[in-house]
Structure formats: C-alpha cells, structure tokens
Design a protein around this ligand. Structure first.
Ligand code: ASP
Length: 337
C-alpha cells in the first residue's frame, strides 16, 4: 500500500520559533531545517509530508481574517493531492482559527488538524514533538472529516475548543463536547463523536473583514462608553453575559445600546461567560430586554465559535433573519441543540 500523504502548513507560533534578542519569534526556513534533523520523521511509520511556510510567519496574536483566508486557500489548492492537513499555529488564537476554518471549509471530507506547542522545538524539553507527530498520524488516517485541534494527547473538535492555560502543557479543553480521540498508548478515536461526511462537494467560503465587537459584561460596567460604538457599520456583537445569558437589565445606557443595535440591524448573539454550559435567553427576567430586542442565544458555543460563525454567515451574504436563525442552528457540530 502506498504511503499516506500529509500537507503541513506552518503559520508561525511557538512550535517553530527561535530565540531572538526580543524573545521567541518565528523565522523563515528555521522549522523546515529543524524537521529535517529529526530522526523520528524519517521513520517508515511517518506519512510522506510536505511543509508549506506561510509568508509572513506570525505570532498568532497577529492572525486575523486575512490569514484565515490564506490558510483556506492553501488547503483548497492542495486538497486533492493529500490525505489530510496539519496546520501548525500559535496557541494564543488557535481556537479562533480552528473555529473559523470549521465554517469556511464547507463539506470537508478530510482531516484538518491544527496544533502547536507551549514550548518550541528548539528547547530540549518540549511538547512540540509529540503534538506534531501525533497530529501527523491522525491526519494521515484520513478518516475524520472535520477541523480538529490536537494538543497534549487529546483531539478536540476545533470549534468546541478553547485555550484554558497560559503555561501548562495541557493548554486546551473542550468544555461542552467530549474529545474526538485520546492519544494514550494507542490513538483511540471515538467514532460516535465525529461529524458525518456530507455528499456535497468540498468548497471554501472566504471571509470578509466585517466589523464585529465582543463585549464582556462585568458588574459596574459603564455602558455609556458603548453607545457610540453601535453604529450602522457594526455588523455584529458577541455579548458575553452572566450565567445563563443574564444582563444588568436596570441599566438605561445598556438598554439604549440594545435598542440602537436593533435599529441599526446589528446582530447580537449572547454567550455565557462561564467556562462550561449554555446561554439561553428567557430563563430569567434579567434577560428579557435581550428577547425584546431580537438578540439570539449562542447556547453552548464558545466565544471563538460565535465570533467566527458571525463572520462566516455575514460573508455568505445571508439576510439578518437568516443569520439569526442559523446562529442558533448546529452547522458544524459547534452547538448542542
Ligand atoms: N504567542 C504564541 C502564539 O500564539 C504562543 C504560542 O504559540 O504558544 O503565536
């Protein structure tokens, strides 16, 4: 049987960074050099792979819609030649990129595994090697038709994952959905948790850089400062509310902001600030103004999934009503109905 073929796309991030006088930073050509020196990658058990370095290589704090489009285009151009894809990415915004790609890559039939590390390859003690090798093996399997995030022995659905530790090697979690696979002595894939493949042909939806805001509510927040923010060209707001989607419903400035948003056709989706669980408007009286102003519940979607789903649906050109309906539907396993 011929060897499987994986396309690795390096976007930047700690995994391939080198030490500079300003701290860790990515450098072109450095990761390909390191990989060429790794005896493990010469093993017959490792699939054939090519490595594409994006230009420029970025700390993921700088990754935005433009880079999501570039990653999407790179996958599209190489889609037919490979069994799967591994995207090497910084951990800081990895869950955003994983979520964005899960929507952009429509009717995906091949695994797209995004990974990185907390300690770079250039350090003796690192989590880079295991994360890369295991991600490569899972991508080569070619059996998981979705965008996943692999980190520290666990494979998560990309749009369910979130970074939960800045310094531990177990840096990601999927608070509202079980892991898709565990990489212990064996790599065990839980088939029941994986999305079903569709019959429609694979396609790429590029995103447009619409104006979207994320607003996290906290006790004492002076909503007055946001009144001017809600202008006609603000397409969407992701509101991080308390608990089950509750807001300070006696705050007049906030109520005015909600009404203005409704007048301007700005779509508002409510997430919970809690690490786990769902925002469901209507459970409490304190969420009533949200209901009155047509705000939608993001249910158990992560903030990362909610933001990128908004970009996606607006970029598709749907009407406000269609977007509000689809925000509350499960498109890629991002939401539990
Ligand atoms: N700042 C780095 C990045 O996100 C952190 C990492 O990769 O772990 O690019």
């Amino acid at each position: 049987m011929s060897k499987k073929n994986v396309c690795i796309i390096y976007t930047g991030g700690t995994i391939g960074m080198t030490k500079t006088k300003n701290g860790y930073a990515p450098q072109r050509g450095y990761l390909p050099f390191l990989l060429s020196q790794m005896p493990e990658l010469q093993s017959s058990q490792i699939p054939d792979y090519i490595l594409i370095e994006l230009n420029p290589l970025l700390d993921s704090s700088n990754i935005s819609v433009k880079e999501w489009n570039l990653i999407g285009k790179t996958i599209l151009q190489n889609y037919d030649q490979f069994d799967g894809f591994v995207i090497l990415h910084g951990t800081d915004t990895m869950a955003y990129t994983a979520s964005a790609l899960s929507f952009m890559l429509e009717n995906l039939k091949k695994p797209v595994i995004i990974t990185g590390s907390q300690i770079p390859f250039c350090e003796i003690r690192n989590d880079a090697k295991d994360n890369l090798i295991t991600a490569l093996l899972i991508a080569a399997e070619g059996t998981i038709p979705e965008v996943c995030l692999y980190f520290s022995q666990k494979l998560f659905r990309g749009n369910r994952s979130t970074k939960m530790s800045a310094d531990e090697l177990i840096a990601f979690d999927s608070p509202n959905y079980p892991a898709l696979a565990q990489a212990g002595i064996r790599i065990t894939i839980d088939k029941n948790n994986i999305l079903k493949q569709t019959d429609e042909p694979f396609s790429l939806q590029l995103l447009t850089e619409y104006r979207i805001a994320v607003l996290k509510i906290f006790p004492g927040l002076q909503f007055g400062i946001f009144e001017d923010l809600v202008s006609a060209d603000l397409k969407g707001i992701v509101l991080e509310a308390f608990g089950a989607g509750n807001i300070p419903n006696y705050d007049q400035a906030f109520l005015r902001t909600l009404e203005n948003a409704a007048k301007n056709e700005t779509i508002i989706a409510v997430c919970t600030q809690c690490f786990k669980g769902s925002a469901r408007i209507g459970d409490y009286e304190s969420s009533l103004p949200l209901q009155k102003n047509g705000v939608v519940s993001a249910y158990d979607m992560t903030v990362e999934a909610t933001v990128t789903k908004l970009y996606y649906l607006i970029s598709k050109g749907y009407s406000k009503i269609e977007i509000e309906a689809k925000m509350q539907e499960n498109l890629r396993g991002e939401l539990t109905i």
